[in-house]
Design a protein around this ligand. Sequence first.
Ligand code: AMP
Length: 228
Amino acid sequence: MALNVVMLGPPGAGKGTQAERLAAARGIPKVSTGDILRDAVARATPLGQVARAAMDAGQLVGDDIVIALVTERLAQPDALPGFVLDGFPRTVTQAEALDNLMRGRGPLTVLHVVVPLEELVRRVSSRMVCERCGRNRPPDLAPESRCPADGGRWVQRADDAADVVRERLRVFERQTRPLVEHYRQRGWLWEIDGNRPPDEVTRAIARTVDLAATHGRAGEAVPTRGRA
Ligand code: AMP
């Protein structure tokens, strides 16, 4: 059966890292709307030019744009056995569009990664990414080192600046948090305690995804702290 996963959580929850690990472990693509949009901005494509102002301000890019991006991406053959969505959906309108896209494609498993606010702010303000490929700097590499993949320098993401982060967290609370209820009602929501070392989170996610697969659509919201 296809493994269709959504990673839900605020900026700094570790969604990107965990989505990448899960996708690699299961041989399915990670689809990050943030990565697709950042790439478009870097290449100054028409999409990038439209998206840039909203991203720089910590606001969301329009629903129509991101829904079109995801619709096209999930239709590609490599996504048919499944995918890990990182950063989409972020609004109820996007979640409804995804519900429609999923008809006939098997259930969704939604992982809600929970991290306390102070820890989110701490993580995002110390986050550095590769200027070329956007990969996060591993904690064991110094800020002056270079990206092991392509030799790029580590830089702060423009939208990780303190005032923009505060706005992104507000946007999460207002526009994305309602999705927790959307998915809880459908029985697809699984809570993951993201406030622990990344390898532990990875293991909890692997266990939860396997548990969700055996439960099929009957997944209940199971707090994984001390369980998974
Ligand atoms: P992320 O890397 O997921 O934190 O996304 C970075 C920025 O890209 C966000 O702050 C938004 O401006 C934009 N973005 C990414 N995904 C979406 C989405 N699903 N809907 C609207 N805007 C998005």
